[in-house]
Design a protein around this ligand. Structure first.
Ligand SMILES: Cc1cc2nc3c(=O)[nH]c(=O)nc-3n(C[C@H](O)[C@H](O)[C@H](O)COP(=O)(O)O)c2cc1C
Length: 393
C-alpha cells in the first residue's frame, strides 16, 4: 500500500515517543522506506537503536555533520511526507513560529511536501491558548494534524491529549500522500453496518455486513476534510474517536436517524445493510424452545428511495448493492428503480476478502475499483466529486 513511498518520521520528547517505534514498523510492513529524526529530548525517552534496526537506516539526531551531508536539506528533499509523531507542544510552537534551532525544526522549514502533526500531550498543555493558536496557524498554512484522543493520560489526568492509534495515523498518511483536505466545507452523511431486527429479547435476525466499507468511506471523507455524519448499525470494527457516530440498531431506527439528518448533506452514502424484512411482532418475553417455529416477516421501509424522492437540488444519493450474480445488471436496475445518482455494486462471492472488488455505476459511467477498503473509499470519493460537478481540480 505504501510501496516505495519515502516517509520521514520525526519523534519528539513526549511520553508517547515509544509508540513511534511501532508506527515505523507498520510503515515498513506496508512497503514504505522510512527514515527517522529524533530530537534531543526524544533521545531521553527512546533509543535510536530501536528505530535504526526497524528502518535499516541510521537515525538522524543532529544538524551538524562534517562529512558533506546537510541533514535538514537532504531529509526535507528526500521525504514524500513528514510525520511528526508524537508532536510536542514545543515543536508545534517552534514550527508555527519558524524557529529553526535544531534538526527537526530546520527540516520542517525546508520541506515543501505534506507535513502531518500528531499532537500528544497533557490536556492542559493542549488546551492552552498558545498551543491551540499554534495548531490553528499550522493548519491555516496547509499542515495536517490529527486530533488527539480523549482518555486517561500518562500524566494521570483524564482528557484530550492521547496519542491516537497507529492504525489511524497510517490512514492519514495514505490519504495525505495523494490528497489535500479537498472535501473541506462539504457535509457528507454515511451509514454503515448491519441492522438487527428483534425476534424476542434474546434473538434477532441480521445479515453478514461488517460495516467496514462504510467506516472506510467515513474515514476517507473525514480525513479529506468533509464534515461527516456517520450513522452506524452493528459494526465489527472499533469506530475511531474522530468519527463520532449516531448508533442505531433496527431498520426503523436507521430510517428515523437518516430521515432526520440527510437533508442538509450534499452527499449521502448508504453503505449500511438495512434489513429488508423484520418480524411482524416482537415477542416481549423469550420464546420457549419447542417444535418448529414459523416466523412471519414484513417489509421494512425503503429508506434510500424515500430520500431520493425528497432530495434537494444538487444533493447526491449513492447506494450500495450486494449481489451474488449478474452484479452490474442488478445494481444498475436498483439505481434506476430507486432514483439514485450512483451505486456501488459489491460481489458477495468475494466479500470479506482483504482486497475489495466492486463497481462504481452512475447513469454515464461504470468503473471497476479494487484495492483494500480504504483505497476503494478514496477512489469512490474521487468519482463522487465528478458527479457533483466538482471536477475542477
Ligand atoms: C516525563 C515527561 C513527559 C513529557 N511528555 C510530554 C508530552 O507528552 N507532550 C509534550 O508536548 N511534552 C512533554 N514533555 C515536555 C517536553 O519533553 C519538553 O517540552 C521538551 O522541551 C520537548 O522537546 P522537543 O519538542 O524538542 O522534543 C514531557 C516532559 C517530561 C519530563
Amino acid at each position: 500500500m505504501l510501496e516505495d513511498r519515502k516517509i520521514l518520521v520525526a519523534v519528539t520528547g513526549g511520553i508517547a515517543a515509544f509508540k513511534a517505534i511501532s508506527l515505523c514498523s507498520m510503515l515498513k510492513k506496508q512497503g514504505a522506506e522510512v527514515r527517522v529524526i529524533l530530537t534531543d529530548n526524544a533521545l531521553r525517552f527512546v533509543s535510536p537503536l530501536s528505530f535504526s534496526a526497524i528502518t535499516r537506516h541510521p537515525v538522524a539526531t543532529t544538524l551538524w555533520k562534517e562529512n558533506g551531508e546537510i541533514p535538514h536539506i537532504d531529509l526535507a528533499d528526500w521525504a514524500d511526507i513528514i510525520v511528526i509523531a508524537p508532536a510536542t507542544a514545543n515543536i508545534i510552537a517552534k514550527c508555527a513560529h519558524g524557529i529553526a534551532d535544531d534538526l527537526l525544526s530546520s527540516t520542517f522549514l525546508a520541506v515543501t511536501g505534506p507535513v502531518l502533526f500528531v499532537p500528544a500531550m497533557n490536556v492542559h498543555m493542549l488546551e492552552n491558548p498558545a498551543t491551540q493558536a499554534n495548531l490553528a496557524l499550522l493548519k491555516q498554512r496547509g499542515c495536517f494534524t490529527i486530533e488527539p484522543e480523549h482518555g486517561i493520560l500518562a500524566c494521570g489526568y483524564e482528557g484530550k491529549g492521547r496519542y491516537p492509534e497507529n492504525e489511524e495515523i497510517l490512514y492519514y498518511i495514505r490519504a495525505y500522500l495523494q490528497y489535500t483536505r479537498d472535501w473541506a466545507g462539504k457535509k457528507v452523511m454515511i451509514t454503515a453496518g448491519a441492522c438487527r431486527e428483534s425476534i424476542d429479547p434474546m434473538r434477532y435476525i441480521s445479515n453478514r455486513s461488517s460495516g467496514k466499507m462504510g467506516l472506510a468511506l467515513a474515514r476517507a471523507a473525514s480525513i479529506r476534510g468533509a464534515e461527516v455524519t456517520l450513522i452506524t448499525a452493528d459494526v465489527t470494527e472499533i469506530i475511531p474517536a474522530y468519527l463520532p457516530a449516531i448508533k442505531v440498531s433496527s431498520a426503523a431506527e436507521m430510517y428515523d436517524a437518516c430521515l432526520k439528518s440527510y437533508s442538509n448533506h450534499e452527499l449521502v452514502i448508504m453503505a449500511a445493510a438495512v434489513s429488508d424484512y423484520r418480524p411482524t411482532y416482537e415477542q416481549k418475553s423469550k420464546i420457549k424452545k419447542g417444535e418448529n417455529l414459523q416466523l412471519e416477516l414484513v417489509r421494512t421501509k425503503d429508506i434510500i428511495s424515500e430520500m431520493a424522492q425528497k432530495k434537494n437540488d444538487g444533493q447526491i444519493i449513492c447506494g450500495f448493492a450486494a449481489e451474488s450474480e449478474n452484479i452490474i445488471e442488478y445494481a444498475r436496475e436498483k439505481m434506476l428503480r430507486k432514483g439514485l445518482d450512483c451505486i456501488i455494486a459489491n460481489n458477495l462471492k468475494v466479500a470479506g476478502a482483504a482486497a475489495t472488488n466492486c463497481h462504481f455505476i452512475s447513469p454515464s459511467l461504470e468503473m471497476e475499483l479494487s484495492g483494500d477498503k480504504f483505497d476503494v473509499a478514496l477512489q469512490i470519493l474521487d468519482l463522487l466529486k465528478t458527479i457533483g460537478g466538482d471536477n475542477d481540480d
